[in-house]
Design a binder for this molecule. Sequence first.
Ligand SMILES: NC(=O)c1ccc[n+]([C@@H]2O[C@H](COP(=O)([O-])OP(=O)(O)OC[C@H]3O[C@@H](n4cnc5c(N)ncnc54)[C@H](OP(=O)(O)O)[C@@H]3O)[C@@H](O)[C@H]2O)c1
Length: 372
Amino acid sequence: MHGQDSAHRELKVGILGATGTVGQRFIALLAEHPYFVIHALGASHRSAGKRYSQAVQWKQTAPIPHAVRDMVVHECKPEHFTGCSVVFSGLDADVAGEIEADFRRADLAVFSNAKNYRRDPTVPLIVPLVNSSHFAMIPQQRLQHKPPLKKGFILTNANCSTTAVVVPLAALEKAFGPIESCMITTMQAISGAGYPGLPSMDILDNVVPHIGGEEEKIEWETLKILGGIVDGDDGLKAFDMHSPSPLRISASCNRVPVIEGHTECVSVRFARRPPPSPQQVREALTAYTSDAYALGCPSAPRHTIFVHEEPDRPQPRLDRDYQRGAGVSVGRVRQCRVLDIKFVVLANNVAIGAATSSIINAELAVTKGIIA
Ligand SMILES: NC(=O)c1ccc[n+]([C@@H]2O[C@H](COP(=O)([O-])OP(=O)(O)OC[C@H]3O[C@@H](n4cnc5c(N)ncnc54)[C@H](OP(=O)(O)O)[C@@H]3O)[C@@H](O)[C@H]2O)c1
């Protein structure tokens, strides 16, 4: 972690869904942030009016940060968030759509973890270690909003299992050009479904080979994230969905009895012939650095991808806290006898898969002058 912390004045931030799994991670991370200061907390009517420590079922390893223990939780209404430069959302998808639209209408900048706006043609879907160039869509989103907005927008980060896989894929495309096809099999942690998640009787001693909507999310979101932005004949920008070089993705998703950290087995075929060797792939993954780190975002990991040489890594229990959960771990890079190369990737679903991504995205927005 690094940053030009003293260059930024303090900026007030709010958290929607502050009592949830992702919301708690926001609280833990933001309590130590160099320039974001927690100013307002929102959750459902069940929590509204209570002090945070009474409203939350706190499940983090460190105690509730002192600064938020006694803060009163509000309903998720923009009037309680006046003065916030950034609003982070860890809301359930059932309610995120309407609430986040209300906040944008109130000219607030919303950084969402929910799926609702990821497919919106004017909403950037940004994994901050990959596609910070998609911030270029924000001016158009503000202009197309009725009425046009000065400060407000919605920006989303990706589904947690998409986030894990797009980081190495971006590194490989940067080094070797387009990937043509990709097969992904996930082993996803229970915390990915929020608290309390699956009943213990359903997940202990078991693997559940279905997570509703997850495979479609990986297959679609990866194209938006790894694709570019084109200028259309109508003068409007559009996400190209990787169309200049079509990419076929097939994902199979499984829930496994792990608390935190999604593990994914990935096979890729490159457009270029001959494909890179496993050693060239290891070197390209290790060398990859994000714009977010280069631009000085304090929560960006110094080393984006750690490549393990040991044959039995990465493992969720051992590797999910790499770079405070902001980095991604890869291992078992080897030849694939069907496609070209296969490997295992592991990312912390609650950190870089959720809250940490949103926070780095907001830091990028500050760095790029989109938030003042
Ligand atoms: N968990 C992950 O690894 C992960 C990763 C990436 C993205 N996501 C996405 O992030 C979002 C949050 O997930 P989560 O796992 O943190 O869920 P969660 O633990 O179930 O938390 C949901 C939060 O939403 C609030 N909420 C529920 N109904 C509400 C309403 N009617 N009005 C206002 N607030 C309401 C809850 O407040 P109360 O406590 O008051 O009920 C709680 O704070 C979801 O959209 C999820 O898909 C999760």
